[in-house]
Write a new protein. Structure first.
Length: 258
């Protein structure tokens, strides 16, 4: 990478009680880079994304976003734990697409998309509505702007959720198993939207997924995690075609057979 990375995990540890989920975890992600994190259940891959969104706090180490510490700040010439205002400002660069859609059921698709720009970012309603309609069209749901979540399929709800995240104009987009809650026949429509974003936008994107073909197509780099650490990292053809570790090979074999 010729420029400073936009995301840095520096010797990060995370424990839940006595359970160690991340162990001396180190990762750098470049601006505009598309990275997929693979690994077995419990390897810590989703925790990486949740720490970036400040949904969890690290037990040790530090995380930097665009060169700024996420969990600490300078006060009186010394480092102190970050307050909520600091974390909210730093994570404003980041958008998150969850496994579950988390749409407001009493709001239409358009209302879900424009909620954050209007109330969190102060965007004028007319501008937010225009942008919201454009984003719904981008994810193939222009005709569903006035539909409520209960009137949409799971795939359509997830596409609304993606449009809602894009409405905040994130520099970094995190996707945590975005198709895991969908029926098999609906997976493709969501992956197509994410594939388009990966190909045609300058956002930095981090994916946690078991969709190996998708990971091969969209990723600049694939990381394989096991027991809270990066076991190996490289180009998709190297990791998927010629993994160096037996653990990686056995995982990929199990996923592809499933």
């Amino acid at each position: 990478m010729t420029e400073a990375p936009i995301v840095v995990f520096d010797h990060v540890g995370k424990k839940f009680g006595s359970l160690e989920v991340l162990n001396d975890f180190n990762l750098e992600v470049g601006r505009r880079e598309k990275v997929t994190i693979l690994g077995p259940s419990g390897s810590g891959k989703s925790t990486v994304l949740r720490l970036l969104m400040t949904l969890e706090r690290p037990t040790s180490g530090e995380i930097y976003v665009a060169g700024e510490a996420l969990y600490h700040r300078e006060a009186g010439g010394r480092k102190v734990p970050a307050n909520e205002a600091h974390m909210r400002r730093v994570r404003a660069r980041i958008g998150f697409v969850f496994q579950q859609f988390n749409l407001f059921p009493h709001m239409t698709a358009l209302e879900n998309v424009i909620e954050a720009p209007i109330h969190a970012q102060g965007v004028p309603r007319r501008e937010a509505v225009e942008q919201g309609r454009e984003l719904l069209a981008k994810v193939g749901l222009a005709a569903k702007a006035d539909s409520f979540p209960g009137q949409l399929s799971g795939g359509q709800q997830q596409r609304v959720a993606i449009a809602r995240t894009l409405a905040t104009k994130p520099e970094i987009l995190l996707c945590d198993e975005p198709t895991s809650a969908l029926d098999v026949e609906l997976v493709g429509e969501v992956l197509n939207v994410l594939r388009d974003l990966a190909t045609n936008t300058s956002m930095t994107m981090l994916f946690v997924t078991h969709e190996i073909r998708f990971a091969r197509e969209v990723s600049d780099r694939i990381i394989f995690m096991d027991h809270g650490r990066v076991l190996e990292s490289g180009r998709p053809d190297a990791i998927l075609g010629n993994p160096q570790h037996e653990r990686t090979r056995s995982f990929l074999k199990a996923v592809l057979e499933a």
